[in-house]
Design a protein around this ligand. Structure first.
Ligand code: DON
Length: 427
């Protein structure tokens, strides 16, 4: 069988319809691009990549580099330092607007050129070459293959980089840029000239969707930094059409003037599209339409309100004990449902078995809720026994395991643990 996903993405390309807009021409080399190229790729978090159209055609990453370099700047300097240099407010302006926030004197966000030039300058490295080497190393790890720079596009953009130079000098006079503006613009332009395919971009997006982790389990971007990057992409990634985008597509995204467009559905998938003609905001015009269609077909929108599970737990009385079978992935609302069921348990000394065999993941608040519920059942007199073969209550997914164990210890109660319900019943 061929998976229908391949048929679906081919159908998307066949039915996207007429193109409008023009290819970017302020970078002379981009004006030579074939305007009719069209490609799409979807990368799952476990490393499957579905592609259709001109999926092996290389183009320059351009502004899609900005979120990744922002991540590196935060990793190098810490979020506080980066926030002292660059705000995180949507600007409502064009991507290359020559402006700083009138109150803070900083670039409004790292997705417009002013903020992206400032982020580039915050990457560790003595000069443009050193910074770009580290940037290429990061992008290559995210893409899963070494990436290189399209030298022709780089030379072409640098020869016409007056506007970005103006931005860099403006940042310098405002005190938000420490380095030499010429060197910083050189490095930033090289960063924008990294050559990618839609496959690469989809895979890079899938790492953001996976909280910064590659399909091989390599945590390339710290999960807190990743969250910061996605938040800024959601509010500022599509420039002065960020509001239209968030309402009509509803996922963090970033566009580039070479025609790339990358979207991230957290926890699920990374998607990239390539089509060089741009709309008035500098975003790929067919790319935007394809994402709008995917939102309708695939239910991408983050605000669509995912349904919480209604059958999180089942209470069974067995052999003189009460068994609470808990199931599904647990977050705050599922943890609250478990606590509500625990709260109905009458006080007494009957054994209570909390069976987590059907739970594969619990986030930090759900873990803490279940552990606190267990502690309170014990305070009510119950002999609580847990069956947690997957270690969801004690294993640290995001480095929080120590906290959970610490709290458990402070609660003064470590419930007895069993491999299965049968042995828990035997006690
Ligand atoms: O700095 C520039 O103008 C380009 N290197 C990148 C701009 C860009 O991709 C805008 N996005 N759609």
């Amino acid at each position: 069988m061929q998976t229908p996903i391949i048929d679906y993405i081919n159908l998307l390309l066949e039915t996207v319809g007429e193109d409008s807009g023009e290819v970017a021409s302020y970078i002379p080399e981009l004006a030579r691009a074939d305007p009719d190229r069209l490609a799409i790729a979807m990368a799952t978090l476990d490393g499957e990549v579905y592609v259709a159209g001109d999926c092996d055609v290389e183009f320059t990453i351009q502004s899609i580099s900005k979120p990744f370099t922002y991540a590196l700047a935060i990793a190098d300097q810490g979020l506080d330092v980066v926030l002292k240099h660059i705000d995180v407010e949507p600007s409502g302006d064009a991507f290359n607007e020559i402006s700083l926030d009138p109150v803070t004197g900083k670039p409004r966000n790292p997705m417009i050129n002013a903020g992206a030039i400032a982020s580039h300058a915050l990457v560790r490295g003595d000069d443009a070459e050193a910074r770009v080497e580290r940037i290429l190393e990061l992008y290559g790890r995210l893409a899963g293959r070494p990436l290189t720079i399209a030298e022709d596009v780089f030379e072409s953009e640098l020869s016409e980089a007056d506007r970005n130079m103006a931005l860099a000098y403006m940042l310098r006079t405002a005190g938000t840029l420490d380095g030499d503006p010429t060197d910083v613009v050189r490095g930033y332009t090289r960063q924008c000239s990294v050559s990618v395919t839609v496959r690469d971009l989809a895979r890079m997006a899938s790492v953001l969707a996976a909280g910064g982790r590659t399909p091989n389990g390599d945590q390339v971007i710290d999960s807190d930094v990743n969250r910061q990057v996605l938040s800024v992409m959601a509010t500022c990634g599509m420039y002065d059409s960020a509001g239209d985008w968030l309402t009509s597509v509803g996922i963090p995204a970033k566009s580039g003037v070479a025609g790339g467009l990358m979207g991230v559905l957290p926890g699920q998938v990374g998607i990239a599209v390539f089509s060089p003609r741009l709309d008035a905001h500098g975003n790929s015009s067919r790319g935007v339409r394809l994402f709008e269609r995917m939102n309708r077909d695939l239910g991408l929108h983050l605000m669509a309100g995912p349904e919480t599970s209604s059958s999180v737990s089942r209470r069974i009385e067995r052999d003189g004990a009460t068994v609470h079978e808990i199931m599904g992935d647990l977050h705050f609302s599922e943890g609250e449902q478990v606590l509500r069921v625990f709260a109905k348990e009458p006080p007494g000394d009957t054994p209570v078995i909390v069976d987590l065999d059907r739970v594969h993941r619990a986030n930090d608040i759900a873990r803490r809720s279940v552990l606190e519920g267990i502690r309170r059942l014990n305070l009510d007199g119950h002999d609580v026994r847990i069956v947690d073969p997957w270690g969801v209550l004690g294993t640290a997914e995001t480095g929080t395991g120590e906290l959970v164990r610490g709290e458990q210890a402070r609660g003064g109660y470590v419930p007895a643990s069993y491999p299965d319900v049968e042995s828990a019943l035997r006690g």
